[in-house]
Design a protein around this ligand. Structure first.
Ligand SMILES: C[S@@+](CC[C@H](N)C(=O)[O-])C[C@H]1O[C@@H](n2cnc3c(N)ncnc32)[C@H](O)[C@@H]1O
Ligand code: SF4
Ligand code: SF4
Ligand code: SF4
Length: 298
């Protein structure tokens, strides 16, 4: 097997919200979008980076001593991870590790028994997993060769050739749609949605197992007009088996401080939508004949 490496920032075992059954979710680093609500902001930068949690720090200076460059400021840090390794409390972390296909596979195979018993498998998420296409392709091939069910959790922010090349190797797509209006999409995520919609049309022509995932984000797409437009779009798309409406949650909240960034003003004001709001939006999709669920994905 080739020794392709990718950058991953987390592997979550026993995940119940990223497709059917019990799953291992592998998070790949790098994303061209900057959704202000993103619960994985540590995924956006494609390179390994350090983080620091003030509330865990006991001011022991072990990290300072470990960094032979005197604890580099963020811009000069080469993300070697020595400071994180020296930290006794986990306050200093390295987010993102170059990892080979074999290493990822080794982790995945630990849970094979759970996959078989529950109808689960592995989900590749991120970040935008399609930003590391060669790595992802080898992982998908390796899983296929071992009969492991695969899901790719994507916002389809990639050239169509990349998506279509990986489609025959992927058992399930968790395809994210964030809003129908291009200008609104640009405003909320930093990128337009023309490529995403085109990718959905192309994927639907060749793949029969797409679950659309639509995050319901207050102040962004939680309007009757947007949800109706998304429901129309979902009803027109080919290959869609299910629609999942994901209520916004604020689990990103502690992350900007760790990453040394500022949260967006919209994020500070956002509240999780009420269950009645979610149910109302779900009815818009169900009324168009779509099998619609509210929640995380399974
Ligand atoms: C972090 S994304 C990674 C995959 C891909 N980049 C995408 O956006 O679909 C995984 C899922 O989390 C959802 N998500 C991100 N931030 C969220 C938040 N604050 N509340 C609810 N869902 C969120 C996304 O809409 C997507 O369905
Ligand atoms: S990751 Fe390496 S270079 Fe960066 S601050 Fe830590 S020890 Fe220094
Ligand atoms: S090693 Fe960890 S606990 Fe000690 S000063 Fe550095 S960040 Fe704080
Ligand atoms: S596309 Fe996904 S990973 Fe990228 S910023 Fe948006 S929610 Fe986060």
């Amino acid at each position: 097997m080739a020794m392709t490496e990718g950058i991953i920032f987390n592997v979550q075992r026993y995940s119940l919200h990223d497709g059917p059954g019990i799953r291992t979710t592998v998070f790949l680093k790098g994303c061209p979008a900057r959704c202000w609500w993103c619960h994985n902001p540590e995924s956006q930068n494609p390179s390994p980076q350090t983080a620091w949690s003030q509330n865990r720090c006991i001011s022991c200076d072990a990290c300072l001593l470990a960094c032979h460059e005197g604890l580099k400021p963020r811009e000069a840090c080469r993300a070697c991870g020595d400071c994180a390794e020296a930290c006794p409390t986990g306050a200093r972390e390295l987010l993102g590790t170059p990892t080979s296909v074999e290493e990822v596979l080794h982790l995945i195979l630990k849970d094979r028994m759970f996959f078989e018993d529950s109808g689960g498998g592995v989900t590749f998420s991120g970040g935008e997993p399609l930003c590391q296409p060669a790595f992802l392709k080898e992982l998908l091939l390796a899983c296929r060769a071992r009969g492991i069910h695969t899901a790719v959790d994507t916002a389809a922010l990639c050239p169509p050739e990349t998506l279509l090349d990986l489609a025959p190797l992927t058992d399930l797509f968790l395809f994210d749609l964030k809003c129908a209006d291009d200008a609104l999409h640009q405003k909320g995520t930093g990128v337009g949605n023309a490529r995403i919609l085109d990718n959905l049309t192309r994927l639907g022509r060749m793949h029969r197992n797409i679950w659309l995932r639509i995050p319901v984000i207050p102040g962004f797409n939680d309007t009757e007009a947007e949800m109706t437009a998304l429901a129309d779009l979902a009803a027109r798309a080919a290959g869609v088996r299910q629609v999942w409406l994901l209520p916004y949650h604020g689990t990103w909240a502690a992350k900007p401080a760790r990453l040394g960034t500022e949260p967006a003003a919209e994020a500070l004001a956002a509240q999780t939508p009420a269950p009645q709001t979610m149910e109302h939006f779900a009815r818009l999709f169900a009324a168009r004949g779509l099998d619609t669920q509210i929640g995380g994905g399974a």
